[in-house]
Ligand binder design. Structure first.
Ligand code: IPD
Ligand code: CA
Ligand code: CA
Length: 276
């Protein structure tokens, strides 16, 4: 514990409570739209109300930002990042891959993060300097040393999706690895890097509430998180590359090549049908 106060225990209790609340709505919600494919449900709002209400009661001086509109900006040294339901599209369609993500920052440094997957009862928790844990047991990133032997994850943004180049990255990294998963919850993707299920994860255009807890989990599990140039990850970075360290340089090189257009092209229909 780096502070006199134990934040991680109440954070885990809160994430578990919010996860139970989500489960009470699962399979029963109507879809609403924030953008053309940016979905929201009553479960997102109820979960945020529960989490933010508790934070305001327990730590009324702290600043906070929640995806569904909660804000407190007073210049406090403490700031909470709340994603009350990461994986809303999955949730709204009844696909059981979603979670609750809560992080706490002190003077600009992430000090604690929890991500709870209520469908598997998996609690991921990290505290700065104390490692990452899954249901109380320490976790570590994988030891995979070659992209050709790696399982990678990514996600696609709902905002300005026509202007996003990620499908080219998806294509190229798929050709060079064991595969690229697109499960639909950036926070859980980061958890999977932290515990070695995935060897790396990247995504364009994420928000602070998507990444704050998961980035700390990866770092505390021995992983590396940067922007796409290899520079330090900032909470405002939006582009995130998280890996087990061993694959980081290889992925950065691939990303540079893809950005510069050095990629394998699509087969023509003739090539495809001849090669089947
Ligand atoms: C989304 C999920 C998804 C990612 C999107 C996020 P939400 O968050 O993390 O995996 O691809 O970029 O916006 O809207 O379900 O909280
Ligand atoms: Ca999210
Ligand atoms: Ca969300």
């Amino acid at each position: 514990m780096i502070f006199q106060q134990d934040f991680l225990t109440p954070m885990q209790e809160l994430a578990r409570e919010a996860g139970s609340l989500l489960m009470s709505y699962f399979g029963k919600v109507a879809i609403e739209y924030k953008g053309d494919v940016d979905l929201v449900t009553v479960a997102d709002r109820s979960s945020e109300a529960l989490i933010v209400g508790r934070i305001r009661k327990e730590w009324p001086q702290h600043d906070l930002i929640g995806e569904e509109g909660s804000r407190q900006e007073t210049g406090s040294d403490f700031r909470w990042y709340v994603d009350p339901l990461d994986g809303t599209t999955n949730f709204a369609h009844g696909y059981p891959v979603f979670c609750v993500s809560i992080a706490l920052e002190y003077k600009g440094e992430r000090i604690a993060g929890v991500i709870y997957d209520p469908t598997r009862d998996e609690m991921f928790a990290a505290e700065k300097g104390s490692g990452s844990h899954l249901n109380g047991r320490p976790i570590q990133v994988s030891k995979t040393g070659r992209l050709a032997e790696a399982l990678i994850a990514t996600g696609f943004p709902s905002h300005k999706r026509h202007k996003n180049p990620n499908i080219h990255f998806y294509h190229q990294i798929t050709l060079r690895s064991h595969g690229v998963r697109r499960a639909g919850s950036a926070a859980l993707d980061l958890c999977c890097v932290a515990c070695g299920r995935f060897d790396a994860f990247w995504e364009f255009n994420l928000n602070s509430w998507d990444t704050a807890a998961g980035v700390l989990l990866v770092e505390e599990a021995g992983g590396n998180v940067t922007n796409f140039n290899g520079g330090p990850f900032e909470i405002s970075s939006r582009e995130v590359l998280a890996s087990n360290v061993l694959l980081h340089d290889e992925l950065l090189t691939e990303f540079k090549n893809i950005f510069e257009g050095r990629v394998e092209g699509m087969p023509s229909p003739v090539e495809y049908f001849q090669g089947r």
